[in-house]
Write a protein that binds this ligand. Structure first.
Ligand code: F6P
Length: 360
């Protein structure tokens, strides 16, 4: 008879801090005398060919500072449960049954699912089918409403601020306008926090549709007034008033790949102000590399919290971070609730008070 056994998997896009969660889950489970199986490449590891490895204190040592996930992830696998904002696609019963059987055959008594909105929707479907699941929220976009913060977000913000620090010097040397496109599908948290920390001059976010005319006037006024450069941060999901979201291949349905708004903003502002304008797309640099200390601590707290949920038999729940404390909410109430940047929030007002334009 083997020890009390739990499973852990990481699903969806990776982000810094995932390994901190894995390490903390293994360490706190080990303290209870439990064994941990890490399923490889997210939910895919539960399906034929079944793929997992036993996670120990030894093989999770030193992973805290490493980006990505040591057990792999996938967001385009057989388990895709969501095909776009608010569109819930049910996973076929045969897939659910196969995953359930894998867990039963391996004697896994609880499964820790670390993932974003879509992956947690899958977790909830497993829970509804009798799988003892607990969730850990993950999104660098920080757009899950049931938690004040997710790990990975702070690392992404740091990356944006670093990029802006570098862009300031080259832009100022050439008296240019620089546009930095950052992640943020539905919400502009990364753009807002990264932009303020990196002293951007304008920040464009999905929650505040902007006007090219107003933005161009703002840029022109700054540059004519003697500013050596203008830095504009634009979230990938931002749109001009009455405009469309920009996608990589023009696709409009499902979990489309966003991109292109940075180039569009640079083009429009260049045309309208006749000033030299360049664009940088920060892309997956925001998701790679070592997590910040804040993300390491939050990831560790979430991992320990997930094991506590299992001890408390609070299946169908996920850990959340509210009022500086780790708590629990049902996965059901957490998914499908995008946390937008309130346009009248204190942080937006703070940005405006230091002269940052939102293109309005
Ligand atoms: O949802 C997180 C996110 O980083 C988005 O900001 C971005 O649009 C997307 O993932 C990129 O996903 P992929 O790595 O699959 O291109």
């Amino acid at each position: 008879m083997h020890r009390f056994r739990i499973g852990v998997l990481t699903s969806g896009g990776d982000c810094p801090g995932l390994n901190a969660v894995i390490r903390a889950t293994v360490a706190s489970a080990h303290n209870l005398g439990w064994e941990v199986l890490g399923f490889i490449d997210g939910y895919e590891g539960l399906l034929s060919p079944i793929n997992y490895k036993v996670l120990t204190l030894e093989n999770t040592q030193g992973i805290m500072s490493i980006g990505g996930t040591i057990i792999g992830t996938t967001n385009r696998g057989r388990f895709v449960a969501k095909s776009g904002m608010g569109e819930k696609a049910m996973i076929p019963q045969s897939i659910i049954d196969e995953a359930k059987k894998t867990l039963e055959d391996l004697g896994v008594r609880a499964l820790v699912c670390i993932g974003g909105d879509g992956s947690l929707t899958t977790a909830d479907q497993l829970f509804e089918n009798g799988v003892p699941v607990v969730g850990v929220p993950k999104t660098i976009d920080n757009d899950l409403s049931a938690t004040a913060m997710t790990f990975g977000f702070d690392s992404a913000v740091q990356c944006v601020a670093d990029a802006l620090d570098r862009l300031h010097t080259t832009a100022a040397s050439h008296k240019r306008v620089m546009v930095l496109e950052v992640m943020g599908r539905h919400a502009g948290w990364i753009a807002l926090y990264g932009g303020v920390a990196g002293s951007a001059d304008a920040i464009l976010i999905p929650e505040i549709p902007f006007s090219y005319e107003k933005l161009a006037t703002f840029v022109d006024k700054r540059m004519s007034g003697g500013a050596s450069a203008t830095l504009i941060v634009v979230a990938e999901g931002a749109t001009p008033r009455g405009g469309e979201i920009q996608t990589i291949d023009g696709a409009t349905k499902g979990e489309v790949r966003l991109g292109g708004i940075g180039a569009q903003v640079a083009h429009e502002i260049g045309e309208r102000t006749k000033r030299e304008t360049r664009v940088v797309v920060l892309g997956h640099l925001q998701r790679g590399g070592a997590p910040t200390t804040q993300d390491r601590n939050l990831g560790t707290r979430f991992g320990v919290g997930a094991v506590q949920l299992i001890q408390d038999k609070k299946f169908g729940h996920m850990v959340s971070y509210l009022n500086y404390q780790i708590g629990a909410v049902t996965i059901k109430e957490a998914v499908g609730q995008i946390k937008h940047v309130p346009p009248d929030s204190q942080m937006v007002k703070t940005a405006q008070a230091v002269g940052i334009s939102f293109g309005t």
